[in-house]
Write a protein that binds this ligand. Structure first.
Ligand code: COA
Length: 336
């Protein structure tokens, strides 16, 4: 048995900054409402002419993570790519990364767990490394939200929240079992699947041809839908539960947390968790103010920025926690 350890982090966000005031020009909203309810000041939305996609952003983040790990691209044994906004309906972007990095025919797995995608992906990578099957795994979370949201007043409860970007990590075999990823916990509750979802196109519901045929301007099924307050209530409860689950598993008191990196869903959710666990501002990392919610990319972007800012030191207990569509949620406890 081995442990897995994050040995390289990297992130990439598009240059184009969209402020709340910019949104107020196209949507009936305002900076005060957005900041008060979500904490978001601005987000990145890739410009159409820059031809950035979930794959291209993920690739850039991956290159930075590999460089940062000190490994060569050819040392990567396996790729895991988490996203809800793939370039193609199928195949997923994992294979695009394999091709672009030119790393032989290593396996590429796509994870579809939305805001929990990165935590799920890390958990899968951890199991592969623990059993000895793979030694170095590239895990990517990347999202291009801006092309798929309703940027009108009709969709304002969603469109002001979501942003584009990518983050990646390299996980590697660690022989010292007191270091690296100590545990991961994953959960789901599918009865709430449609409380936060994009329903169409789906093979089991309505395919693209049906949508075209119906030509219904009021059809919103291909835009994300979110029952905001319902999601909020579940998020705060599940974040707490799954962090506690991880701490208990490792006999760690909440005071042992050096840095909590929650999925960046809403600053109010992070602040609720911070208060509940009695953590100081130094112990919780938030960057939703700059990027909005980048779903599967939010934790790896935050992890990469926290690392760059020197907020993570050897031996620190770092906790990752996510909640999102599905509902799905999970946590990762790391001894850095
Ligand atoms: N600008 C201005 N007003 C807006 C708005 C916007 N962008 N979006 C919604 N509103 C309006 C609503 O129309 C509503 O108006 P009404 O009272 O006249 O009907 C009012 O603001 C309150 O809307 P509501 O949806 O109840 O707001 P809220 O306090 O629940 O905040 C969210 C909305 C989305 C910020 C909040 O519910 C949330 O963060 N939920 C969790 C989201 C989340 O974590 N998602 C990802 C999980 S991974």
């Amino acid at each position: 048995m081995y442990n897995s350890k994050i040995i390289g982090v990297g992130h990439y966000v598009p240059d184009n900054i969209v402020t709340n005031d910019d949104l107020a020009k196209i949507i009936d909203t305002n900076d005060e409402w957005i900041q008060e309810r979500t904490g978001i000041k601005e987000r990145r939305w890739a410009k159409e002419e820059d031809k950035e996609t979930t794959f291209t952003m993920g690739l850039e983040a991956a290159k930075r993570a590999i460089k940062n790990s000190g490994l060569d691209k050819d040392d990567i044994d396996f790729i895991i790519f988490a996203t809800l906004s793939p370039d193609y309906y199928f195949p997923g972007p994992g294979v695009q990364i394999q091709e672009a990095l030119d790393i032989g025919t290593v396996g590429a797995l796509d994870v579809r767990n939305q805001c929990s995608g990165f935590v799920y992906a890390v958990s899968v990578a951890d199991q592969f490394i623990k059993t000895g099957m793979y030694k170095n795994i590239l895990v990517i979370g990347s999202e291009l939200q801006s092309h798929g949201i309703d940027k009108t007043t009709r969709g304002r409860n969603i469109s002001v929240i979501f942003g584009d970007g990518a983050g990646a990590v390299v996980l590697s075999r660690e022989e010292d079992l007191s270091k690296g990823i100590l545990s991961t916990h994953l959960h789901s509750e599918g009865k709430h699947a449609l409380e936060l979802a994009t329903e169409a196109p789906g093979m089991g519901t309505r395919w693209v041809t049906d949508i075209i045929e119906e030509n219904n301007p009021d059809d919103l099924s291909y835009f994300p839908y979110m029952n905001g307050q319902f999601v909020f209530k579940h998020a705060v409860a599940r974040f707490s539960e799954v962090i506690i689950e991880g701490l208990v598993k490792n006999n760690l008191p909440k005071e042992a947390i050096d840095l909590l990196i929650p999925h960046q869903a809403n600053l109010r959710i992070s602040q609720f968790i911070q208060k509940k666990f009695g953590l100081s501002d130094d112990q919780v990392f938030n960057n939703i103010q700059k990027y909005g919610n980048t779903t599967a990319a939010s934790i790896p972007i935050a992890l990469s920025e926290a690392w760059e800012e020197g907020r993570i030191k050897d031996g620190d207990v770092v906790v990752l926690a996510a909640f999102g569509s599905g509902f799905t949620w999970g946590s990762v406890i790391i001894k850095w």
